[in-house]
Design a protein around this ligand. Structure first.
Ligand code: ADP
Length: 270
């Protein structure tokens, strides 16, 4: 019958459309795969020579230092040190770009292991003690009593997020203090289940309400003129937000312009 023919024709059209869509999806998946492979290869190609530059610069810096000591001259950084630091900065940017493309492509691997809270706090405290002293900013690290000793998460990734948050806190604070608190969520956090919070509070420049969402987007900085003054790629918070989600958690931001900011990483305990 006519109705039957029409139905058959439409079924066939739908089948063709589905095939075309499947083919397109396959092409896109391949393109995404190529992109990830390209980024991984490129970053390897960039990192290998860069590592040679960094290693040689370090040797250069040390030998220049030895010569300077003999002369008892000024303490301005020597060429080796400048090359070494610039190399480290560049390596940091390359690693950020690679990390962001990895999480976006779903290729970031997450390890589940016991993560010691005390160990984490100590390692972060050690890592930032020097910059705190240098900038004359008080650095306080506190673990609330009664917390479990460990949570199940990925120690490397938690550390990466926390280093991002803490280095921002020190970067955008000029006096006062930076505080790292590991605690239980407070009553008004309204979260079901068992969570732990890593909160970084600073007395720095703060972020205006209108910019608080944008700072988590890749390549975005709160203020063009300020970020040019401070440097940075604008990738750190975007990577951190993605990593937090991969770990089953999230990041909350509370901030007041001119008064300071609190970035809180929420992680499930198991
Ligand atoms: P970057 O620090 O490389 O610019 P991020 O993604 O880490 O990139 O941060 C994005 C932007 O968010 C920063 O450029 C800055 O404008 C703002 N920001 C982040 N942390 C703070 C902070 N603790 N205080 C004030 N502004 C901040």
């Amino acid at each position: 019958s006519y109705a039957n023919n029409l139905l058959q024709k439409q079924t066939e059209e739908l089948r063709m459309a589905k095939l075309a869509l499947e083919e397109r999806a396959e092409q896109l998946a391949m393109a995404s795969q190529y992109k990830s492979e390209f980024l991984a290869n490129m970053s390897h190609e960039l990192r290998t020579p860069l590592n040679s530059i960094i290693n040689l610069a370090q040797i250069l810096a040390e030998s220049e230092e030895g010569e300077d000591q003999g002369k008892g001259g000024d303490d301005s950084p020597n060429f080796g040190t400048i090359i070494y630091k610039s190399g480290q900065d560049l390596l940091g940017i390359i690693n950020d770009i690679l990390d962001l493309s990895k999480v976006e492509a779903g290729h970031m691997e997450i390890v589940r292991e016991p993560v010691g809270l005390r160990e984490m706090a100590d390692s972060l405290e050690m890592h930032f003690a020097h910059i705190a002293r240098q900038k004359n900013i008080r650095f306080e690290v506190r673990i609330e009593e009664g917390l479990p000793g460990t949570i199940v998460s990925d120690a490397q990734r938690v550390k990466q997020i926390m280093r991002n948050l803490l280095s921002n806190a020190f970067k955008f604070t000029h006096h006062g203090q930076v505080k790292l608190e590991i605690r239980k969520p407070s009553g008004d956090d309204g979260l079901p289940g068992e969570w732990i919070v890593f909160a970084v509070t600073d007395t720095g420049i703060g972020i205006p309400k209108s910019k608080q969402e944008a700072v988590f987007e890749a390549f975005r900085q709160a203020d063009g003129s300020i970020s040019r003054r401070y440097g940075g790629t604008g990738l750190g918070l975007s990577i951190s937000k993605n990593l937090a989600q991969l770990l089953g958690g999230h990041i909350r931001l509370q901030s007041q312009e001119g008064a300071g900011s609190t970035f809180s990483l929420y992680l499930p305990i198991t």
